[in-house]
Write a protein that binds this ligand. Structure first.
Ligand code: PLP
Length: 400
């Protein structure tokens, strides 16, 4: 009997996995891992639990809600709290349809399925962007168009390229744009640029899908970082927000997220929400509750909310401080080039500008592991490895 599965080809993992495997085998005591986008403490600890989350977990232990199914749309307090968090007072208007999802990735997937169901299946992506967008869109049969997100020379966004792409976009196109702490570039649209984006998409059959994966890490303030969402709302746009709490609550493996669809008319909300629920039910049935219950406490309890705000700020403070030190050290070492742009990077990532050859040398000669495109997770740098990190950059850049 031959197997039904003999024709299944091997699906190669993302290139990052290769780097991670190589890193895991490396015995060099000085090795540094700045590949994956997770927060690490000064001690290099990636299993760090935010104090606010720790306390919420304690409360859930004392008053155990059990494991029965939740609501079909998710944990209601988590969804409501998520709406309040980013829409503020506007959440009361009833113009936002929201359900819980399997974190940010699941939120994006539901967005893609939902948009496909209303005839939107063309996505504009700024290059470079989060690598997973591509297979996710391809897997639902979506079409991908690209524009240049980042200007390698100025280390700023290439706004002209976005502007051109929006002007030329056919009706029923979606622009997938990261809200803040952009992965992989660490470079975000300014308020002024968001205002221009709003003008450009006004009265066009173009939907913005806003991916919010690093909310709070760009400026240290959730409120400040979510400004663009309230601005687009005020301008009467219809748009989607895909919200992840993996990073800003450190709930990576709990898979806690929400999708919001902002509508012009409250009367559309029930239908849209019911469609989201139906899509989610077909694919996943119920969303995981534990992370959502922790999230609900951080979002709705005044005391825990304040602590959470401080937790987010302390991540921002640490990575900002490290970026400043990297700049100072590279400059002190007289590293060729101007490195000031590291201090301007927003959130966890710094798009170092090291080319493929330099990235390989960092890995092979110095045991410093980063993404192939030169993206560095700043949180992986701390006071005990920063000198070695800067020394290695200086060497590979000087000897190029
Ligand atoms: N969007 C961006 C830009 C990301 O970098 C990530 C994770 O790295 C996600 C979405 C999804 O994260 P998760 O599914 O873990 O919430």
């Amino acid at each position: 009997l031959t197997s039904a599965f003999t024709e299944v080809p091997y699906s190669a993992p993302e290139p990052l996995v290769k780097v991670l495997n190589k890193c895991a085998k490396d015995q060099n005591p000085n090795k540094i891992d700045v590949t994956i986008g997770v927060y690490m403490t000064e001690d290099g600890d990636s299993s760090y639990v935010f104090p606010s989350v720790k306390q919420a977990k304690q409360e859930l232990l004392v008053k155990d809600p059990g494991h029965c199914y939740t609501k079909m749309s998710g944990v209601p307090e988590f969804i409501r709290g998520s709406q309040n968090l980013i829409f503020g007072e506007y959440a009361k208007d009833g113009r936002v349809a929201s359900i819980q999802t399997i974190s940010g990735t699941g939120s994006l997937h539901i967005a893609f399925q939902f948009l496909r169901s209303i005839g939107y299946n063309r996505y504009y992506l700024g290059n470079p962007s989060w690598v997973n967008y591509y297979p996710m869109i391809e897997s639902i049969g979506g079409e991908i168009k690209e524009y240049q997100y980042y200007d390698n020379l100025t280390h700023e966004v290439d706004f002209e390229s976005l502007e051109k792409a929006i002007r030329e976009a056919e009706p029923q196109s979606a622009f997938l744009i990261q809200l803040c702490g952009h992965n992989p570039t660490g470079v975000d649209y300014s308020k002024d640029q968001w205002r221009q984006i709003s003008k450009l998409v006004k009265n066009r059959e173009i939907l913005l899908v806003i991916d919010s994966a690093y909310l709070g890490f760009a400026s240290g303030s959730i409120y400040e970082d979510s400004w663009a969402i309230r601005y687009l709302y005020e301008q009467n746009h219809e748009f989607l927000v895909c919200q992840s709490y993996s990073k800003n609550m450190g709930l990576y493996s709990e898979r806690s997220g929400v999708i919001h669809v902002v509508l012009q008319d409250t009367r559309l909300r029930d239908n849209v929400e019911s469609r989201l629920v139906a899509i989610f039910r077909n694919e996943c049935s119920f969303a995981p509750a534990y992370g959502a219950r922790i999230g609900a406490k951080l979002l709705n309890d005044d005391y825990l909310n304040k602590i959470w705000g401080k937790d987010v700020y302390s991540v921002y403070e640490r990575v900002t401080n490290i970026k400043r030190q990297i700049f100072n050290k590279l400059t002190d070492l007289e590293t060729p080039g101007n490195w000031e742009f590291v201090t301007k990077a927003k959130g966890l990532f710094w798009f170092s500008g090291l080319d493929k050859n330099q990235v390989n040398r960092m890995m092979n000669e110095y045991s410093i592991y980063m993404s192939e495109n030169g993206r560095v997770n700043i949180a992986g740098i701390n006071s005990s490895n920063i000198d070695y990190f800067c020394y290695a950059i200086n060497k590979v850049v000087s000897q190029s």
